[in-house]
Write a protein that binds this ligand. Structure first.
Ligand SMILES: [Zn+2]
Ligand SMILES: [Zn+2]
Length: 338
C-alpha cells in the first residue's frame, strides 16, 4: 500500500492508503517526488468540479519524480530517470484531434482531474505523457514544468516579439510565469496585481509590477507608449476588472490573450474591439513543444524558479495549502513533497 491524499467533496481531504497500480504495456509507474497545488485543484476543493471528479479523488498534476517501473511496450525511458508528466491524454478521434489540436481534445482526459493524479507516492500514467528532466534541473524545480509549459504555450500563441509592450493582468503563479517567459522573449512586461505580497515577490523576481489600486494602469501604459497602448494583454486574473481594463489598455489591433478560466461570464467592451480592430486569442494547456520549451527554459537557469516556490510541505499539508491559497496569504506556489 502507498500513501495518498483523497478529496471527498464538501471541502474535505483525507490522508490514506491506496493500492499502487502496476503499469500496463504502454504505461510508466513514477515514484512521485514533488507535486504542486494548482488553482484548478483549489476550484475542485471548492466543489466547482464535483460533477467531473469521481470521489474519493486523488488530485495533483504539477509533478516530478523518478521512473519506478515500465510497461513491456515502453521504449526510450529507463527505471531511475527523472521525469515530469504532461498530464493530458487525448481521444485522437474527435474533430479537435483530427484538426491537429489534440491538446484541447473534445474528450480530453486531464490526469489528476478526470482520472487519478499525483497526490500519491506512486503514479501510473501513459508513457506518451512522460518527459525526461535533464540532470541539471532539480526534481523540486521539475514540479514547476507543467505551469511553466502553460506560460510557454500562451507566449507562443501570442507571438510575443522583442520590444512588445505587454501587460499581464493577475500576478499569481501562472501570471508570473507568463510574465517571466514573455520578458525572456524580449517583451517589455508590466504585471498588474492587487495582493501586496505578490507585488513585492514579483518585483524580487525582476518583474515591473504595479498595484492598480494605487497606480492608474491605463495612464501608465499610455505614457509608456505615447498614447498608443499595449501590444498584448494577458488576462490571467479571471476577474471583471481584468476583462474591463484589457480593452482599455490595448493599442489598435492589439491582442487580448485569455489565459484565465472565468467562473462567470464577464462584461467585455466589444465596441472597443470594433473601434480599435482588437483581436482576442484563447489559450488552454500546452502542446508537446511547449513542454520541451519549458524544460529547456527551466534547465537554462534564467528563470527565478526558487522564488516562485514559497512553501514545501508534506502530503498532509494539502488541506492547509488550500486554506492558505484561498485566504490570499503569503503564498505563491505550494509544493507537496511525497
Ligand atoms: Zn494546473
Ligand atoms: Zn479528441
Amino acid at each position: 500500500m502507498i500513501q495518498a491524499a483523497f478529496y471527498l467533496g464538501n471541502r474535505s481531504i483525507r490522508l490514506g492508503e491506496i493500492q499502487p497500480r502496476d503499469p500496463a504495456t504502454d504505461e510508466v509507474q513514477i515514484k512521485v517526488s514533488h507535486c504542486g497545488i494548482c488553482g484548478t485543484d483549489l476550484h475542485i476543493f471548492h466543489g466547482a468540479l464535483d460533477k467531473r471528479v469521481s470521489m474519493p479523488a486523488v488530485l495533483g498534476h504539477e509533478m516530478s519524480g523518478t521512473i519506478h517501473a515500465l510497461g513491456d511496450g515502453v521504449a526510450g525511458l529507463a527505471v531511475g530517470d527523472s521525469v515530469a508528466v504532461m498530464p493530458i491524454a487525448p481521444c485522437n478521434d474527435c474533430p479537435a484531434c483530427a484538426a491537429g489540436h489534440n491538446h484541447i481534445c473534445h474528450n480530453l482526459n486531464f490526469l489528476g482531474i478526470d482520472t487519478p493524479g499525483a497526490f500519491q507516492s506512486y503514479w501510473t500514467v501513459p508513457a506518451h505523457t512522460v518527459h525526461r528532466i535533464p540532470d541539471n534541473l532539480s526534481l523540486m524545480h521539475g514540479a514547476l514544468l507543467e505551469p511553466l509549459a502553460v506560460a510557454c504555450h500562451d507566449v507562443r500563441l501570442a507571438d510575443v516579439q522583442s520590444g512588445d509592450q505587454i501587460v499581464v493582468v493577475g500576478g499569481g503563479p501562472i501570471g508570473i510565469l507568463v510574465a517571466l517567459v514573455a520578458q525572456h522573449a524580449g517583451g517589455r512586461v508590466i504585471v498588474s496585481e492587487i495582493n501586496p505580497y505578490r507585488v513585492e515577490l514579483a518585483a524580487l523576481m525582476g518583474l515591473e509590477t504595479v498595484n492598480p489600486n494605487e497606480t492608474d494602469l491605463v495612464d501608465l501604459i499610455m505614457s509608456r507608449t505615447r498614447g498608443a497602448g499595449a501590444d498584448i494583454v494577458f488576462e490571467v486574473s479571471g476577474s471583471q476588472a481584468g476583462a474591463a481594463v484589457m480593452t482599455e489598455l490595448l493599442r489598435t489591433r492589439g491582442l487580448a490573450v485569455i489565459v484565465a478560466n472565468f467562473p462567470r461570464n464577464p462584461q467585455v467592451d466589444l465596441y472597443r474591439f470594433f473601434w480599435r480592430e482588437l483581436r482576442m486569442q484563447g489559450v488552454r494547456v500546452y502542446e508537446s513543444q511547449d513542454f520541451a520549451d519549458a524544460i529547456a527554459l527551466a534547465a537554462g537557469g534564467a528563470l527565478p524558479l526558487d522564488r516562485i516556490i514559497t512553501d514545501v510541505r508534506p502530503l498532509g499539508g494539502l488541506k492547509s495549502g488550500f486554506e492558505d491559497m484561498e485566504q490570499g496569504g503569503k503564498v505563491m506556489k505550494i509544493l507537496l513533497e511525497l
